[in-house]
Structures are given as structure tokens and as C-alpha cells.
Design a protein around this ligand. Structure first.
Ligand code: PLP
Length: 400
């Protein structure tokens, strides 16, 4: 008998499974709207010109030595500056503990593990319903208890702001709350700035601990500082925050795995203690992070020319997505598609929660070769001038 004979087969990953089905389909009209990766106007993966230039610069110099446990120091410094902004009091006061991470996923995992070990209150983290599918297993495997709070309203295909506020109010004091800093995945529904201010006030009243996941800075509005509004507002209001950053989407560095995890602390002495413990969390996981992607991101963030070029490229990606939202909305209305489609335009970031039902998504895959997750989420980046008319007609047919 094999040692592993009792291992049960696990279910396929809900998102990566969509890509597998797409790959098996041989129809030339097929469209993959499952995966959250940017595609250019021809449906091709996009390597940012600023990234190519940074790689050229890097190739002239640099060895392949190990990085420190917390990563490339100039990268983490510049990543924190990008997120918190130059005016941030904890940043100016040298009170932000920060470590490089294996992209956003690794940042979440380090944060979960650190809080499981050191958060001095109830180790329950509340996630928005729904949330990115990987949040629950990440935090559960990190040792936190996972619960939910209301976020999305099916009826309006928008934010359930009353439900959200009521749930924050009824959480036990000092609970941990996960917040998507911008471009909420999977819904594409974000609070307005005025709503963020209210959320911050409730979190303060209830002494909740805000844990930000910022995987799309710049991708939502096209502006990195506008997308950092929530994080910067919370910090300016005196909240201590945890923050996860990813450079997968905004620099197109998906497979390079570049990210950062940070905690704002009281002062430099506390920061040093916290960083010493982050190292002890990280060392047995993977010793130290990969070098190449951090060098790319650091080179871009550290060079005024590359930085402004990159900002233009992020804006370009965001604007292409926004233009696809407009066109999809116009098509659906022109085709007299039953239902209200305003949410396609008001939602933000890479994804749109279309409101399509699971049977409709199934029919789209089987009849039209269009693939998306069963919850009706589409990656707007998968749409372009060549396929958007076919996509809109197919959606229109599926709901009629
Ligand atoms: N958080 C959210 C909300 C995401 O959507 C993603 C990626 O899809 C991530 C984190 C982490 O991605 P990565 O590990 O590729 O940076």
C-alpha cells in the first residue's frame, strides 16, 4: 500500500481552473476573462517599457548574492514611500517596519503569521463578503480565525454601506478588519472617499485594527496617490495599520513576485523590535526573498525619469480598462440587454462583477467559448477592440 493512498483529491482552484478550461477550448473566438492579469489591446501579456529599461540598467551591474531576510533595503524604503506618501508621519518618524515579500500573497501570509503570534487581542480577522478567494485560506493557514462582514449588495450590484457599517459596529472591540485599499477584488466596488472617512471613524471608535491589502495601487484610478487615499487617510487619523503591497499588477511583475508588508509603529525603537520579529517569522519560511524583481521595482521607483514613465504606463493600463467599461456598457444598452448595467461603468479596477448568474456563466462557456469565474466576475483587461462586440452580443444573448 502506498504511503499516500489515503490522500483525497482536492478541488481545482476556482480561478486557475478557468484558465485550464480555456486552454482546452479550440474555438478561435474563445476569450479568457478569468485570470487577473493585464492584457494589451491585442490580448497579449504586457511587459512595461519602464520595466524593460530597468532590466537593462540592472544587467550592467549587480551580483546574485542573498538578500537580507527583509529584502532589498532601497526597495522597501521606496515601496513604503509609494504607499504612505512623503507626508506620512510614521514614515518621517522612522516608525514603519517593512519587509520585502513574495508579492502580495506573501505579504498577506507574513502579516497573518505576525498577527497570529503578536497581536495582543482577539485573533479574529473579518473579511469582506465576498473577497479574493485566497484570503480565507491564507489567514486560516496563518493561524487566525476568519469571519466575514457585509460588503456587497446583490440587489444594487454596489456597496452595502449600511450593512458594512452595522457589521463593523457589532464586531467585538479590537477585532482585525481586512480592507481592500482600492479596486476591490472580485466586485470592483470601492467605498467613496466620504465613505472611507466614515469607515475610519467607526474603526477608531471600536478600536478595530485595520489590515490593508493594496494589490492594485494605480490600477484603479490611474493615479498611485489617489488609489492610496484610504491607507493615507487612516494613517493621518492616527490609526496603526498593517499594509500588504503587490507590484504584480501595477508594474506587470506577476511572476517576479515583488511585494512588501509593513506595520506602522509608535517610534524607531518599537519599529526595530517589530522588524526583528518579522525576520524570525520569515527566516523559517523561505530565508530571504528573490532579488531580480525587487531590483526592477527599486530601479523604477528610485529614478525620476523611469518613475514618471512608469506612472504614465500605469495610467495607460487603467485608462484602457476604463474605456472597455464604457464600450461594454454602451454595447449592452444598444443591444437592449435586459437589466441595469450602470455598475459596469461605476465599478473600478481590473474586475467587474457583472451580475451574471452561475448558469449564465456556464452557458457562456459552453455556447460562446467565453470563460469567467462562476460568480460572474470578469477581468476587464481580457477585453479589447477585437473581442468586445462578440462578448457583448454573447452576454446579451445569455441574459435574454
Ligand atoms: N490581494 C488581492 C485582493 C488580489 O487580487 C491579489 C491578486 O490577484 C493579491 C492580493 C496577490 O497577488 P500577488 O501575490 O500576485 O501579488
Amino acid at each position: 500500500l502506498s504511503t499516500w493512498s489515503a490522500v483525497p483529491a482536492g478541488p481545482p482552484d476556482a480561478i486557475l481552473g478557468v484558465t485550464e478550461a480555456f486552454k482546452r477550448d479550440q474555438d478561435p473566438r474563445k476569450i479568457n476573462l478569468g485570470v487577473g492579469a493585464y492584457r494589451d489591446g491585442n490580448g497579449k501579456p504586457f511587459v512595461l517599457p519602464s520595466v524593460k529599461k530597468a532590466e537593462e540598467i540592472i544587467s550592467q551591474s549587480g551580483d546574485k548574492e542573498y538578500l537580507p531576510i527583509t529584502g532589498l533595503p532601497e526597495f522597501t524604503r521606496r515601496a513604503a514611500l509609494l504607499a504612505y506618501g512623503a507626508e506620512s508621519a510614521p514614515l518621517k518618524g522612522n516608525a514603519v517596519a517593512v519587509t520585502q515579500s513574495i508579492s502580495g500573497t506573501g505579504a498577506l501570509r507574513i502579516g497573518g503569521a505576525f498577527l497570529a503570534r503578536f497581536y495582543p487581542h482577539s485573533k479574529t480577522i473579518y473579511l469582506p463578503t465576498p473577497t479574493w478567494g485566497n484570503h480565507t485560506p491564507i489567514f486560516r493557514d496563518s493561524g487566525l480565525e476568519v469571519k466575514g462582514y457585509r460588503y456587497y449588495d446583490k440587489k444594487t450590484v454596489g456597496l452595502d454601506f449600511e450593512g458594512l457599517k452595522a457589521d463593523l459596529q457589532s464586531m467585538p472591540e479590537k477585532s482585525i478588519v481586512l480592507l481592500h485599499a482600492c479596486a476591490h477584488n472580485p466586485t470592483g466596488v470601492d467605498p467613496t472617499q466620504a465613505q472611507w472617512i466614515e469607515i475610519s471613524n467607526i474603526i477608531k471608535e471600536k478600536s478595530l485594527f485595520p489590515f490593508f491589502d493594496m494589490a492594485y495601487q494605480g490600477f484603479a484610478s490611474g493615479s498611485t496617490s489617489k488609489d492610496a487615499f484610504a491607507v493615507r487617510h487612516f494613517v493621518s487619523e492616527g490609526h496603526q495599520v498593517a499594509l500588504c503591497q503587490s507590484f504584480a499588477k501595477n508594474m506587470g511583475l506577476y511572476g517576479e513576485r515583488v511585494g512588501a508588508f509593513s506595520l506602522t509603529t509608535a517610534d524607531p525603537e518599537e519599529k526595530a523590535r517589530v522588524e526583528s520579529q518579522l525576520k524570525i517569522v520569515i527566516r523559517p519560511m523561505y530565508s530571504n526573498p528573490p532579488l531580480h524583481g525587487a531590483r526592477i521595482a527599486s530601479t523604477i521607483l528610485g529614478s525620476p525619469e523611469l518613475y514618471s514613465e512608469w506612472e504614465g504606463e500605469v495610467k495607460g493600463m487603467a485608462e484602457r480598462i476604463i474605456s472597455m467599461r464604457d464600450r461594454l456598457y454602451d454595447n449592452l444598452v444598444a443591444q437592449k440587454t435586459p437589466g441595469e448595467w450602470g455598475h459596469i461603468k461605476s465599478q473600478i479596477g481590473m474586475f467587474s462583477f457583472t451580475g451574471l448568474t452561475t448558469p449564465q456563466t456556464k452557458a457562456l462557456a459552453e455556447k460562446a467559448h467565453i470563460y469567467m469565474t462562476a460568480d460572474g466576475r470578469i477581468s476587464m483587461a481580457g477585453l479589447n477592440a477585437h473581442n468586445i462586440d462578440y462578448f457583448s452580443e454573447s452576454v446579451s444573448r445569455a441574459v435574454k
